[in-house]
Design a protein around this ligand. Structure first.
Ligand code: SAM
Length: 342
């Protein structure tokens, strides 16, 4: 069990509250093992977590505006620092007046600097933290002063990045490259040829790849997929603000029924959890040929040390490196091999 949740499990008194909301990114399976006497609900930030919770018939609200009125809310410290502050504010709007707000997190995930982070809330109101417990290489903190925070408005948390193409990217905290265009993404955009037909942007983030291509070629039919609720919310806002239209799916991986695509473009995820893992990218590259037409093409950008070439060679009749720059490479392949289950 993830240390931060294992710590919660050690304190049965935490679970006597009549209603608890647990806000979490990953480790939904672990959270299902928490034994609560009161009602335990979840606000997962990833579609994959929401799926696991729903499959176990847990109460999961996959939304940034769930019904308020919780007696306590516990935030499992997310990876992005700016996101913690937004979640604290969101939680403050969902608690009953006498409610309790807590944050649990692992030492390696940065829980040790939570007091500083809470202190830095600045113009939003004054917060401070008090450590309640530590064990399992993790700590549990009580957040004090949340009642004085300015009312939560999602509008306060958006950041915009204006690109030379005229596209304005809208992103919420925690979304990949919220503050500036990623170098790898820029490298892929420079190398992409003219696309055609039905195009998928896998791991879309705020939608930068898909919408940049749609600006160049308004005739494209675009689908965007991302596992993150905040990324999909950002991709939706970016489309609205730029008067662009696309289908946005909040999903973990490539949906089984997706097929007949002409193109896939992606800056695939390769960090999951706090280590470096390639499982998602590997699964994506292995499944991608099944979603493309026989004439279909794929272009992905990767750090130069990532060995995606063998996967493309396995799945496609032709593949090559299109471009190499600043530690990144753009890989391209076409004509998916006839695989079983097509
Ligand atoms: C490297 S970022 C690229 C974002 C955006 N395309 C860009 O270039 O700025 C990878 C994205 O993949 C998403 N992601 C991670 N795991 C995923 C999964 N299992 N299914 C779908 N998307 C995933 C992340 O949320 C993240 O937005």
């Amino acid at each position: 069990m993830k240390g931060s949740l294992q710590l919660l499990d050690r304190y049965p008194e935490l679970w006597q509250a009549s209603s608890t909301l647990l806000i979490l990114e990953e480790a939904a399976q672990d959270a299902l093992n928490l034994r609560s006497e009161g009602e335990l609900s979840f606000l997962p930030l990833l579609a994959s977590s929401h799926d696991s919770l729903q499959q176990a018939n847990a109460k999961s609200h996959f939304s940034l505006n769930p019904e308020p009125g919780y007696e306590q809310i516990i935030i499992d410290l997310p990876k992005a620092k700016g996101l913690t502050q937004m979640l604290v504010h969101l939680a403050s709007s969902l608690l009953s007046p006498q409610g309790k707000l807590m944050i649990t997190g692992e030492n390696k995930g940065g829980i040790k600097s939570i007091a500083k982070l809470l202190d830095a809330t600045g113009d939003q109101g004054q917060l401070c933290g008090r450590k309640l417990a530590s064990a399992c290489h993790s700590a549990l903190w009580l957040v004090e002063g949340w009642q004085q925070l300015k009312p939560f408005q999602l509008e306060d948390w958006w950041q915009q990045v204006q690109l030379e193409s005229g596209l304005t990217l809208w992103s919420l905290p925690g979304v990949f490259s919220q503050q500036k265009l990623d170098q790898g993404t820029a490298c892929l955009l420079d190398a992409l040829p003219t696309l055609k037909g039905r195009v998928l942007d896998f791991g879309c983030g705020n939608g930068v790849l898909a919408y940049s291509m749609l600006k160049r070629q308004p005739e494209l039919e675009l689908t965007l997929i991302d596992d993150s609720l905040l990324a999909c919310t950002s991709a939706t806002r970016t489309a609205e603000e730029n008067s662009l239209s696309a289908t946005i799916l909040c999903r973990n991986g490539l949906p089984k029924g997706l097929n007949g695509l002409d193109w896939i473009i992606s800056n695939p995820p390769f960090h999951q959890g706090r280590g470096t893992q390639y499982d998602i990218a590997r699964e994506f590259l292995q499944w991608a040929p099944r979603t493309l037409r026989l004439s279909g093409q794929i272009a992905v950008v990767a750090n130069q040390f990532l060995a995606y070439e063998p996967l493309l060679e396995q799945g496609f009749l032709r593949s090559k490196e299109l471009h190499r720059d600043a530690g990144f490479k753009v890989l391209w392949a076409e004509k998916p091999k006839k695989l079983k289950n097509r």
